[in-house]
Design a protein around this ligand. Structure first.
Ligand code: URA
Length: 192
Protein backbone atom coordinates (compact mmCIF):
# COMPACT_ATOMS: atom_id res chain seq x y z
CA UNK A 1 0.00 0.00 0.00
CA UNK A 2 1.29 3.46 -0.81
CA UNK A 3 0.34 5.03 2.49
CA UNK A 4 1.40 8.47 1.26
CA UNK A 5 -1.39 8.45 -1.33
CA UNK A 6 -4.24 7.45 0.97
CA UNK A 7 -6.82 10.02 -0.04
CA UNK A 8 -6.41 12.17 -3.12
CA UNK A 9 -9.28 14.38 -1.97
CA UNK A 10 -7.64 15.30 1.33
CA UNK A 11 -7.20 18.99 2.15
CA UNK A 12 -5.17 20.95 4.71
CA UNK A 13 -8.42 22.25 6.21
CA UNK A 14 -9.79 18.73 6.70
CA UNK A 15 -6.51 17.51 8.14
CA UNK A 16 -6.16 20.41 10.58
CA UNK A 17 -9.74 19.93 11.73
CA UNK A 18 -9.37 16.15 12.15
CA UNK A 19 -6.10 16.53 14.03
CA UNK A 20 -7.03 19.51 16.23
CA UNK A 21 -8.43 17.75 19.29
CA UNK A 22 -6.62 14.46 18.88
CA UNK A 23 -6.67 12.19 21.93
CA UNK A 24 -5.42 9.06 20.17
CA UNK A 25 -2.72 8.58 22.80
CA UNK A 26 -1.88 9.65 26.33
CA UNK A 27 0.27 12.56 25.15
CA UNK A 28 -2.95 14.43 24.36
CA UNK A 29 -3.69 14.68 28.09
CA UNK A 30 -0.51 16.56 29.01
CA UNK A 31 0.01 18.85 26.01
CA UNK A 32 -0.40 22.61 26.12
CA UNK A 33 -0.62 22.75 22.33
CA UNK A 34 -0.70 20.24 19.54
CA UNK A 35 2.27 21.03 17.29
CA UNK A 36 0.92 20.50 13.79
CA UNK A 37 3.64 21.64 11.41
CA UNK A 38 4.88 24.79 9.73
CA UNK A 39 6.22 26.11 6.46
CA UNK A 40 5.55 25.95 2.76
CA UNK A 41 2.66 23.59 2.09
CA UNK A 42 4.03 22.92 -1.41
CA UNK A 43 7.70 22.62 -0.49
CA UNK A 44 10.10 20.40 -2.41
CA UNK A 45 11.85 19.56 0.84
CA UNK A 46 10.24 18.36 4.05
CA UNK A 47 12.08 18.09 7.38
CA UNK A 48 10.76 15.58 9.88
CA UNK A 49 11.74 15.66 13.53
CA UNK A 50 10.86 13.50 16.47
CA UNK A 51 8.43 15.35 18.69
CA UNK A 52 7.84 18.71 20.33
CA UNK A 53 9.95 19.87 23.25
CA UNK A 54 9.00 22.36 25.94
CA UNK A 55 9.05 25.52 23.84
CA UNK A 56 7.27 23.84 20.94
CA UNK A 57 4.56 22.60 23.32
CA UNK A 58 4.11 26.12 24.74
CA UNK A 59 4.14 27.90 21.37
CA UNK A 60 2.43 25.28 19.18
CA UNK A 61 5.17 25.41 16.52
CA UNK A 62 7.91 22.89 15.66
CA UNK A 63 11.56 23.66 16.33
CA UNK A 64 11.27 27.00 18.11
CA UNK A 65 13.51 26.11 21.10
CA UNK A 66 17.32 25.83 21.16
CA UNK A 67 17.34 22.93 18.66
CA UNK A 68 15.12 25.00 16.39
CA UNK A 69 17.55 27.92 16.44
CA UNK A 70 20.27 25.54 15.30
CA UNK A 71 17.97 24.10 12.63
CA UNK A 72 17.45 27.65 11.31
CA UNK A 73 21.24 28.04 11.06
CA UNK A 74 21.52 24.68 9.28
CA UNK A 75 18.89 25.82 6.76
CA UNK A 76 20.72 29.12 6.26
CA UNK A 77 23.94 27.27 5.44
CA UNK A 78 22.25 25.84 2.36
CA UNK A 79 20.33 29.00 1.44
CA UNK A 80 16.98 27.81 2.80
CA UNK A 81 14.65 29.21 5.40
CA UNK A 82 11.44 28.14 7.08
CA UNK A 83 9.27 29.67 4.38
CA UNK A 84 10.86 27.40 1.74
CA UNK A 85 10.49 24.02 3.46
CA UNK A 86 7.85 22.20 5.47
CA UNK A 87 8.69 21.07 9.03
CA UNK A 88 6.76 18.50 11.05
CA UNK A 89 7.32 15.81 13.67
CA UNK A 90 6.63 12.11 14.11
CA UNK A 91 4.46 12.87 17.16
CA UNK A 92 2.48 16.09 17.49
CA UNK A 93 2.37 16.32 21.29
CA UNK A 94 5.26 16.64 23.72
CA UNK A 95 6.45 13.44 25.38
CA UNK A 96 6.99 14.01 29.13
CA UNK A 97 10.51 15.23 29.99
CA UNK A 98 11.37 15.03 26.27
CA UNK A 99 11.71 11.26 26.32
CA UNK A 100 11.61 9.39 23.00
CA UNK A 101 8.05 8.89 21.78
CA UNK A 102 6.91 5.33 22.56
CA UNK A 103 6.10 2.96 19.69
CA UNK A 104 2.36 3.07 20.46
CA UNK A 105 2.43 6.88 20.57
CA UNK A 106 4.20 6.96 17.21
CA UNK A 107 1.72 4.46 15.77
CA UNK A 108 -1.23 6.51 17.03
CA UNK A 109 0.13 9.75 15.55
CA UNK A 110 1.88 8.78 12.32
CA UNK A 111 -1.29 8.89 10.22
CA UNK A 112 -1.40 12.69 10.60
CA UNK A 113 2.13 12.94 9.25
CA UNK A 114 1.36 10.60 6.36
CA UNK A 115 -1.47 12.94 5.37
CA UNK A 116 0.85 15.96 5.65
CA UNK A 117 3.41 14.24 3.43
CA UNK A 118 0.75 13.40 0.92
CA UNK A 119 -0.48 17.00 0.82
CA UNK A 120 2.98 18.61 0.63
CA UNK A 121 4.14 15.95 -1.84
CA UNK A 122 7.84 16.76 -1.29
CA UNK A 123 10.53 15.48 -3.63
CA UNK A 124 13.00 15.18 -0.78
CA UNK A 125 12.47 14.16 2.84
CA UNK A 126 15.07 14.89 5.50
CA UNK A 127 14.76 13.01 8.77
CA UNK A 128 16.19 14.74 11.82
CA UNK A 129 17.69 12.06 14.01
CA UNK A 130 17.42 8.36 14.58
CA UNK A 131 13.79 8.14 15.72
CA UNK A 132 12.41 9.76 12.58
CA UNK A 133 14.75 7.77 10.33
CA UNK A 134 13.73 4.50 11.99
CA UNK A 135 10.06 5.30 11.45
CA UNK A 136 10.48 5.91 7.71
CA UNK A 137 13.69 4.48 6.33
CA UNK A 138 14.13 1.23 8.27
CA UNK A 139 13.62 0.08 11.86
CA UNK A 140 17.32 -0.72 12.34
CA UNK A 141 18.57 2.61 10.95
CA UNK A 142 21.98 3.55 12.40
CA UNK A 143 22.35 7.31 12.43
CA UNK A 144 26.09 7.23 13.14
CA UNK A 145 26.75 5.08 10.05
CA UNK A 146 23.95 6.03 7.70
CA UNK A 147 23.47 9.78 8.08
CA UNK A 148 23.96 11.65 4.83
CA UNK A 149 23.14 8.63 2.64
CA UNK A 150 20.26 8.67 0.18
CA UNK A 151 17.41 6.20 0.49
CA UNK A 152 14.18 5.71 -1.40
CA UNK A 153 11.07 6.16 0.73
CA UNK A 154 7.94 5.53 -1.31
CA UNK A 155 9.49 7.01 -4.42
CA UNK A 156 10.95 10.04 -2.69
CA UNK A 157 14.60 10.85 -2.04
CA UNK A 158 15.22 10.54 1.67
CA UNK A 159 18.17 11.27 3.92
CA UNK A 160 18.69 11.38 7.67
CA UNK A 161 21.00 13.82 9.38
CA UNK A 162 21.90 14.26 13.04
CA UNK A 163 19.15 15.84 15.10
CA UNK A 164 20.02 19.44 16.01
CA UNK A 165 19.69 18.50 19.72
CA UNK A 166 22.43 15.90 19.18
CA UNK A 167 24.59 18.58 17.56
CA UNK A 168 24.02 20.84 20.57
CA UNK A 169 25.05 18.03 22.91
CA UNK A 170 28.02 16.98 20.79
CA UNK A 171 29.41 19.74 18.55
CA UNK A 172 32.09 17.35 17.24
CA UNK A 173 29.36 15.94 14.94
CA UNK A 174 28.85 19.29 13.21
CA UNK A 175 31.46 18.91 10.45
CA UNK A 176 29.80 15.65 9.29
CA UNK A 177 26.45 17.41 9.28
CA UNK A 178 27.91 20.24 7.21
CA UNK A 179 28.91 17.66 4.59
CA UNK A 180 25.41 16.12 4.72
CA UNK A 181 23.81 19.53 4.27
CA UNK A 182 25.97 20.21 1.23
CA UNK A 183 24.92 16.82 -0.20
CA UNK A 184 21.31 17.88 0.34
CA UNK A 185 21.94 21.24 -1.29
CA UNK A 186 23.33 19.60 -4.43
CA UNK A 187 20.25 17.37 -4.64
CA UNK A 188 17.95 20.37 -4.30
CA UNK A 189 19.85 22.20 -7.06
CA UNK A 190 19.46 19.16 -9.29
CA UNK A 191 15.68 19.39 -8.95
CA UNK A 192 15.58 22.56 -11.02
N1 URA B 1 12.86 18.35 18.55
C1 URA B 1 12.07 17.76 17.62
O1 URA B 1 12.31 16.64 17.19
N2 URA B 1 11.04 18.45 17.17
C2 URA B 1 10.74 19.69 17.58
O2 URA B 1 9.77 20.25 17.11
C3 URA B 1 11.59 20.27 18.55
C4 URA B 1 12.65 19.59 19.03
Amino acid sequence: MDFFKENVNDTWEALRADCANCMRCELGRTRHNLVFGVGNEHADVMFIGEGPGEQEDLQGEPFVGPAGKLLDTMLEIIDLDRTMVYIANIVKCRPPRNRDPLPDEQAACIGWLHRQISLVDPKIMVFLGRIAAMAFIKPDFRITREHGQWFDVNGRRAMAIYHPSALLRDPSKRPETFVDLKTLQREIRDLS
